[in-house]
Write a new protein. Structure first.
Length: 71
């Protein structure tokens, strides 16, 4: 999908800005962008846009927080 590389770059940059290493930021960013894309695909199918991926980032972060905390 056009623009998802920009979304990925923004996520990685945000994680880097929080002090994580480039490797950690790239790994976490790829996961967050990919999982958000999967959620967007489930909702919109092949017509999804980069904006749709961005809109699913909060849901991904909530899921990830719950997963890490074991809830």
């Amino acid at each position: 999908v056009g623009g998802t590389g920009d979304v990925l770059t923004g996520i990685i940059g945000a994680i880097l800005a929080r002090g994580f290493s480039p490797f950690e930021s790239a790994c976490a960013g790829a996961f967050i962008c990919g999982y958000s894309g999967d959620l967007a695909f489930k909702q919109y199918g092949y017509g999804l846009t980069a904006k749709d991926v961005i809109e699913h980032i909060p849901q991904t972060l909530n899921w990830l927080t719950d997963f890490i905390s074991g809830t």
